[in-house]
Design a protein around this ligand. Structure first.
Ligand SMILES: NC(=O)c1ccc[n+]([C@@H]2O[C@H](COP(=O)([O-])OP(=O)(O)OC[C@H]3O[C@@H](n4cnc5c(N)ncnc54)[C@H](O)[C@@H]3O)[C@@H](O)[C@H]2O)c1
Length: 249
């Protein structure tokens, strides 16, 4: 039997990039994955592909804007209503609105903090109620090397991703006795739409500071998420795992 058989997982921002790979990997491991993103059309394609590939689990598409608190709460209630529990929560949805600090507008800062951090507070707060009742939970939050080391032009994004680390460690401490773990993945440069927009020159410069000398693939991050999300990771909580080709070692 697959290690995530009979488990219900929620993955946000699952329409593309890392979230898509995470949803796929968890379904491969047997989970029923509620894949959420702002619009459900790409998610429906993903669910269809998972079905065609005869994965052990299934992907269930659901529209959700994580920056809408009422929608987040209604979403979790609906998932629990339908599937009775949430074993795994992967907070992956995230955005960038890059700018040098001196030119950064309040809106750019607030938008990133809401999408990347406050949304995680909302989703984790309501989901944890059900995990506490079930005395089981695996929460995995997707931060970034920018949140660990900082990055010029990303003071808003780095603040949100560093905030996620402090948030996750606090959640880990609150729930450790209840068999609920909360861990963080800090991806380095992974090939997705988010990094495709970088100029080629910048990409080449980054490759020179990555010991592996290449960008990672979404599947590299998904494999690490699947481990934290598994029953086998029961004694690991409050940790930050860099998936970055050695960039921050
Ligand atoms: N790609 C990288 O190199 C990299 C590195 C470090 C961290 N990350 C983080 O990994 C996560 C995924 O990044 P990616 O590269 O796949 O990005 P991406 O832009 O390709 O995908 C982001 C996903 O989040 C979703 N999303 C954005 N705002 C949302 C909202 N308000 N409600 C619901 N969904 C929303 C998008 O629809 C999309 O599915 C992000 O949190 C990002 O900060 C990525």
């Amino acid at each position: 039997m697959k290690q995530l058989a009979n488990q219900i997982a929620v993955v946000t921002g699952a329409s593309r990039g890392l979230g898509r790979a995470i949803a796929w990997t968890l379904a491969e491991q047997g989970a029923t994955v509620v894949a959420a993103a702002r619009t459900a059309d790409k998610l429906a394609d993903l669910a269809g592909e998972a079905k065609a590939a005869q994965l052990a689990g299934t992907i269930v598409p659901r529209a959700l804007d994580v920056t809408d608190r009422a929608a987040v709460e209604a979403f979790v209630e609906a998932v629990v209503g339908e599937f009775k529990k949430i074993d795994i929560l992967v907070n992956n949805a995230g955005i960038t609105r890059d700018s040098l600090l001196m030119n950064m507008e309040d809106e750019q800062f607030d938008e990133v903090m809401t999408a990347n951090l406050k949304s995680v507070f909302w989703l984790t707060r309501i989901t944890s109620r059900y995990m506490v009742r079930a005395r089981y939970g695996r929460i995995v939050n997707i931060s970034s090397v920018s949140g660990v080391c900082g990055n010029a032009g990303q003071s808003n994004y780095a603040a949100s991703k560093a905030g996620l680390i402090g948030f996750s460690k606090s959640v880990a401490k609150e729930f450790a006795r209840r068999n609920i773990t909360c861990n963080v993945i800090a991806p380095g440069f992974i090939t997705t739409d988010m990094t495709d927009v970088l100029p080629d020159k910048v990409k080449e410069e980054y490759k020179q500071i990555i010991p592996c000398r290449r960008f990672g693939e979404p599947a590299d991050v998904a494999a690490a998420v699947a481990f934290f999300a598994s029953p086998a990771a029961q004694y690991i909580t409050g940790q930050v795992l860099a998936v970055d080709g050695g960039m921050t070692m």
